[in-house]
Design a protein around this ligand. Structure first.
Ligand code: PEP
Ligand code: MN
Length: 264
């Protein structure tokens, strides 16, 4: 398979603007769950950039469980996010949910996210496989590692070599966390594939109180970076209000993770 270490021994390094994923310092992809207002993404971008975060995330096409919940601002949201990112030279990561969104979304996105709920949307995988932009592929809600690798294969097989794998927890009987972070998936994917592997510490746990140890665990087992949600005012967030760090929590998190990284 194209994803495998047997096919390609060296790590795939993905260049996004001036930034690299899969080589050197682990990356941080941070930002709100959803893009909501210009003010919100500007504030988030400014604080993230002030701590050296190079990738900003924010959903504009949102895969919500209920059709009556906030569905995202669509292209207008992407425009807001990309304007805010551009001020600080940050790269934009955002989810697209269907192939027909790709063309209009592309000018505003540096890394296309394929969400958990779409990990086996094979037509979408093929479509992003034909695009000349990196794809961040999240592990499906209840997918095995084999199915995850095969989803990546769909993208690679269409000619797009720049796939980033993102472990984000899987469904189990455990309800102390939103999902169960499969930490062993990281070293397994690093061994069996040449692709960068990230861990979304926010969606995997759904708990702000254990973000820091979860991030440390991810980095300790060899993740190429982490994703986490940060919102200037989580209390008014239109999605995932409870799990997003506010700005003071974000700065405290960065203080601690920088200290951890210095010792490793
Ligand atoms: C997200 O990152 O915005 C998201 C919806 O996550 P997941 O697809 O992992 O549930
Ligand atoms: Mn979210």
């Amino acid at each position: 398979y194209l994803y495998s270490r047997d096919y390609k021994r060296e790590d795939t390094v993905i260049q996004v603007k001036k930034h690299k994923i899969g080589q050197g310092e682990p990356v941080k992809i941070m930002g709100p769950c959803s893009v909501e207002t210009e003010e919100q993404v500007r504030q988030a971008a400014a604080d993230l950039a002030s701590r050296g975060v190079k990738f900003i995330r924010g959903g504009a096409f949102k895969p919500r469980t209920s059709p009556y919940d906030f569905q995202g601002l669509g292209i207008n949201g992407l425009r807001m996010l990309s304007d805010a990112a551009r001020i600080h030279d940050m790269a934009v990561v955002s989810e697209i949910m269907s192939a027909d969104q790709i063309e209009t979304a592309l000018p505003y996105i540096d890394i296309i996210q394929v969400g958990s709920r779409n990990m086996q949307n094979f037509e979408l995988l093929k479509a992003v496989g034909r695009v000349n932009k990196p794809v961040l592929l999240k592990r499906g809600l209840s997918s095995t590692i084999k199915e995850f690798k095969m989803a990546a294969e769909y993208i690679l097989a269409e000619g797009n070599p720049n796939v980033i794998l993102c472990e984000r927890g899987i469904r189990t009987y455990e309800d102390a966390t939103r999902n169960t972070l499969d930490i062993s998936a990281v070293p397994i994917l690093k061994q069996e594939t040449h692709l960068p592997v990230l861990v979304d510490i926010t969606h995997s746990t759904g708990r702000k109180d254990i973000l820091l140890p979860t991030a440390k665990a991810a980095l300790a087992v060899g993740a190429d970076g982490i994703m986490t949600e940060v919102h200037p005012n989580p209390a008014v967030a239109l999605s995932d209000a409870k799990q997003q760090m506010d700005l003071s929590e974000f700065h405290a998190f960065m203080d601690a993770i920088e200290k951890f990284e210095q010792h490793h």
